[in-house]
Design a protein around this ligand. Structure first.
Ligand code: ZN
Ligand code: ZN
Ligand code: ZN
Length: 294
């Protein structure tokens, strides 16, 4: 992302970048670009090495007038169902790649996020695997993936995950934040909750930040009623797939902008920084999730 220190038109930023960085000679392949707030632009490269290289070159030439940084990329996830129970995480990942090499050999992102048995039949396993967008598209066109001698079914699993410790969305397994009860939003473990009240800490945080009228009286896991979950998922799918954003919180009556305004509207960074509700419960959505509700 290249963000001018003083707001200007995005075309000015584009011109300055192209005038100062020779993309062709540097052999940097750009896959997409989009405008962000106050004249900032986000330039997508084909791999992380090129992103870092572009960042370095742009920072060297433009740092007097611009802030330049690499945004974390979001990736789609696929759920694979029907894995034989004799496999473990490591053997599953090697079987998957070698038996489906036509689809997976060139994957630039290939990461196991979760591996667990079906609720109804513990002898059958399922897994969530994170892939780069090109591999994901190829995989989802296939009827299934071969693992061992099973043809596994595939489902899109690109959704936000909730941390079992603090209820925040999409962050690392080792959560440094205080425990927040998923039933009442108090600072205790959910299995010791005696409150009787139902409060979603994520919706409460959003309401607190923006002042608008949303319901908070549901457990944090009750996604059907959870505005914060729908909102976060909406933004994730917008970033990953470019799907239109259905919820624009700035159009909700009583919307109160926060001071976190300097990142682009297309970036999950901006959105999720706004989930900074009470105490030091600070949601960092800059790390990919390792957790998901069962
Ligand atoms: Zn957490
Ligand atoms: Zn509680
Ligand atoms: Zn909620």
């Amino acid at each position: 992302m290249i963000k001018p220190k003083v707001a200007q038109k995005a075309f000015q930023t584009q011109e300055d970048l192209l005038r100062n960085v020779d993309l062709l000679n540097e052999n940097i392949s750009v896959t997409n670009s989009k405008k962000a707030k106050d004249g900032a632009i986000i330039v997508g490269c084909n791999n992380i090495e090129n992103s870092k290289k572009l960042k370095q070159l742009a920072a060297d030439k433009l740092s007097n007038d611009y802030d330049v940084f690499v945004l974390r990329s979001e990736h789609p996830r696929v759920r694979i169902v029907g894995i034989p129970s004799c496999l473990n995480k490591e053997s599953f990942m090697s079987y998957l790649k070698s038996q489906n090499s036509d689809l997976l050999a060139d994957a630039t992102e290939y990461r196991l996020l979760n591996f667990w048995p079906l609720k109804k039949n513990k002898k059958i396993l399922q897994a969530t695997v994170q892939l780069d967008i090109h591999t994901y598209k190829k995989v989802m066109k296939a009827c299934g993936l071969l693992v061992g001698i099973n043809i596994c079914k595939l489902y899109d699993d690109t959704t936000v995950t909730r941390c079992f410790k603090c209820n925040g969305f999409d962050h690392k397994t080792k959560c440094p934040r205080p425990v927040i009860c998923a039933l009442c939003a108090g600072e205790h473990q959910v299995n010791t909750c005696h409150s009787g009240a139902k409060v979603c800490s994520n919706c409460r945080g959003l309401k607190h930040m923006h002042g608008f009228d949303i319901s908070v009286d549901h457990p944090a896991w009750y996604y059907k009623s959870c505005f914060a979950f729908k909102f976060a998922e909406d933004k994730l799918r917008n970033v990953v797939f470019g799907e239109p954003v259905r919820i624009d919180i700035s159009k909700i009556p009583n919307f109160k902008p926060t001071d976190v305004q300097s990142v682009p509207s297309t970036s999950s960074v901006q959105v999720f920084n706004r989930f900074e509700p009470l105490s030091d419960f600070k949601s960092s959505f800059l790390d990919r999730p390792q957790m998901r509700p069962m």
